[in-house]
Design a protein around this ligand. Structure first.
Ligand code: HPA
Ligand code: ZN
Length: 335
């Protein structure tokens, strides 16, 4: 079987993708010029050469710096559309994208600029490319919970167009427990809840995300594997894990993609999915992530990953069922 061709045509959803992390160097330079923002790199090649990370924080420093070129609604719309074109080319049918409003409001942009621009790009992607999407607002965990509350208040006029809240940025030293109250408030507002946990942080952070944030989905979750009882709990509850192989490699969460734990996760009964995280920084969009781990997986396991991406989404059950039927039809046609 030609695994690459199989992956290319496999209908899939993407559930873990930071839209600011899809800012390609070429677009970053174009927006810098459009907005008169100075970049500390001579050109695209020099910028790309700086994408060498040994831990999450190395990446975050460059990622927040890059986001400074985003100034106007049209910039966010262009950013979103550029991502959706790449996603559509990878046969992504549905994407649930993260954004970091605090990165932009801290620079003086109103919440509305990022939200309206992204929502415009999402609507256009659905119209022009047939890719549906949902928006997830992430709180930056290196900032105080009070700032997250302030962000949630700013988001109020858009809450009918925001599917959920997430928790991202520097994990170590910033446990989920610090955000229990703002996540409770998000729950009262009817929002879904997800959190990055167990990327660099210990299994205890995953437990906090379950017990204190009441998450509907776990982002990364790699270090859950260090705790057998936690693995059993995640498997038993049917928790979806949004795993990001190339991100794990670039941020040294794994030392070799050939030893990535995705196969082990599936064989332990975890509902793992494959995602790109920050594709402009980590060397590939979602299909590149599937291809990176394909040597470790059977064809049936790759189908399971696609199936999990829809069952783990926040789509309504009828939409999930339609997508699952397409996945089954595709898999059957390949036999
Ligand atoms: N982890 C934490 N925060 C992030 C990431 C990530 O992988 N990507 C963008 N913000
Ligand atoms: Zn992430």
């Amino acid at each position: 079987m030609d695994k690459d061709a199989f992956i290319a045509g496999l209908p899939k959803a993407e559930l873990h993708m930071h839209i600011e992390g899809s800012l390609e160097p070429e677009l970053m330079f174009a927006l810098a010029e459009r907005n008169g923002v100075a970049l500390p790199y001579a050109n695209v090649e020099a910028l790309r050469a700086a994408y060498s990370f040994s831990r999450l924080q190395d990446f975050l420093d460059i990622y927040y710096q890059g986001a400074a070129v985003l100034r106007a609604e049209a910039d966010f719309r262009d950013l979103a559309l550029a991502y959706f074109k790449r996603a559509a080319a990878d046969n992504v049918r549905h994407a649930e994208i993260f954004f970091d409003p605090q990165t932009h409001t801290a620079r003086g942009l109103p919440f509305a600029v990022a939200a309206e621009g992204l929502l415009a790009g999402m609507a256009e992607a659905e119209r022009e490319l047939g890719v549906t999407s949902k928006l997830i607002l992430c709180f930056l965990r290196h900032l105080p919970e009070a700032d997250a509350f302030e962000t949630l208040a700013q988001a109020e006029p858009w809450l009918d167009r925001i599917a959920g809240v997430g928790l991202d940025s520097s994990e170590l030293g910033h446990p989920p427990a610090a955000f229990a109250r703002v996540f409770a408030r998000a729950g009262e507002l009817g929002l879904k809840r997800v959190a990055h946990a167990g990327e660099e942080g210990p299994p205890a952070y995953v437990e906090e995300a379950l017990d204190l944030l009441h998450i509907d989905r776990l982002d990364h979750g790699n270090r859950s594997l260090e705790d057998d009882r936690l693995v059993e709990r995640l498997a038993r509850s049917g928790m979806t894990l949004t795993v990001c192989p190339l991100s794990n490699l670039k941020l040294c969460v794994v030392d070799d993609v050939a030893r990535h734990p995705i196969a082990r996760m599936l064989r332990l009964g975890l509902r793992a999915t494959v995602n790109s995280d920050d594709p402009a920084y980590f060397g590939g969009y979602v299909n590149a992530n599937y291809r990176a781990v394909a040597p470790l997986l059977t064809r049936e396991e790759m189908v399971a990953l696609a199936r999990n991406s829809f069952t783990g989404s926040f789509l309504a059950p009828d939409a999930v069922a339609r997508h699952l039927a397409e996945v089954e039809a595709y898999a059957t046609a390949w036999v």
